[in-house]
Design a binder for this molecule. Structure first.
Ligand code: ADE
Ligand code: ZN
Length: 332
């Protein structure tokens, strides 16, 4: 099964590139940029990754990204991840980034975009890895600031595949960003949003109805509202589920308790993703393997999940056709 899950052409739709910062690279970049880290060693960083909830993770996540200062840093961050993902049989990566978390530290959008897009181009050339870029807004900051960032990104609209919504969910319902997402829609930008990770099922409905999203990030709390589940199924709206993330952030206590089997049984369109692999104990392959161990899923189930991701991905139809064929070859 390990070989099969490695060979399976996996598309990753929910990945925060800043959450792929491994402690080794964090230390290397800290040294390069003369940033003082509050850790004595790589081991001390890993030991600190013991989270109670989403906020306790976000505190370290925003602290860790302080080492990212130059375009070269963003390039190294993304390339480091692309190489690891490629080694795990990932064929397509949609990376979210949090521009406000860098702008607030005085790092310009030009710096962020140069580094990330240069790595995306190199990965496409060298690793045959297709990529897409999702610009995410921090929901615990104001909607006005998000709107400003969207307008400031005008020179890069062509390079952005979608906008997203992340950070601390509770108390920051999707409706707060209605005007920002309306503007993105008017610009022709697809929309996704985190909803129903820690927040209630009503946030999923709001993301769907008010933000008009084409995917829900997480969405695992939809089961609390059967009418919502029925609508998600009818619309075939994909959920980008992140199993190891949900365990580490205590959305569930153990993977065995995860609603994934129930979500699958209900007939929802699911995909498996890593969220913040450097913080949550593994990338795509480890998430697939953990589900295999916890739920004993068949090869057919994993093929169906991989197909859902390819069908829901932001990629050209030619690329989708190529990857679906590769999936069919692996599934024999
Ligand atoms: N930003 C990075 N990871 C996140 C997550 N799991 N939920 C919300 N915001 C995030
Ligand atoms: Zn996320």
């Amino acid at each position: 099964m390990h070989d099969f899950l490695t060979r399976l052409p996996k598309a990753e739709l929910h990945l925060h590139i800043e959450g792929s910062l491994e402690p080794e690279l964090m230390f290397a970049l800290a040294q390069r940029n003369d940033v003082v880290l509050p850790y004595a060693s790589v081991e001390a960083v890993r030991a600190a990754y013991d989270f109670d909830d989403l906020q306790s993770f976000l505190n370290l996540y925003y602290q860790g990204m302080a080492v990212l200062r130059t375009a070269e840093d963003f390039f190294d961050l993304a390339m480091d991840y692309f190489r690891r993902a490629h080694g795990e049989g990932v064929v397509h990566v949609e990376l979210s980034f949090d521009p406000q978390a860098h702008l607030s530290r005085g790092i310009g959008l030009d710096v962020q975009m140069e580094g990330l897009t240069r790595a995306m181009r190199l990965a496409e050339r060298e690793l045959d890895l297709s990529t897409a870029l999702i610009m995410s807004f921090l929901r615990d900051r104001s909607a006005e600031e998000a709107m400003q960032v969207l307008e400031q990104a005008a020179p890069y609209w062509e390079l952005i595949d979608a906008v997203g919504l992340d950070s601390a969910e509770l108390g920051h319902p999707p409706g707060k960003f209605a005007a920002v997402f309306d503007r993105a829609k008017a610009l022709g930008l697809p929309r996704v949003a985190h909803a129903g990770e820690e927040g209630p099922a009503s946030y999923i409905r709001e993301a769907m109805d008010v933000l008009d999203v084409c995917r829900i990030d997480h969405g695992v709390r939809c089961l609390e509202d059967p009418a919502l589940v029925a609508e998600l199924i009818e619309r075939r709206l994909p959920l980008t589920v992140c199993p190891l993330s949900n365990v580490r952030l205590k959305v569930v206590e153990r993977l065995d308790d995860h609603p994934l089997p129930a979500l699958l049984e209900a007939g929802l369109t699911l995909t498996l993703n890593s969220d913040d692999p450097a913080y949550f104990g593994g990338g795509m392959l480890e998430n697939f393997l953990a589900c295999q161990r916890a739920f004993g899923w068949s090869e057919e189930t994993f093929v169906a999940l991989a197909r859902n991701a390819l069908e829901a991905a932001f990629m050209s139809e030619a690329r989708r056709e190529t990857l679906l064929k590769r999936l069919a070859a692996v599934s024999g």
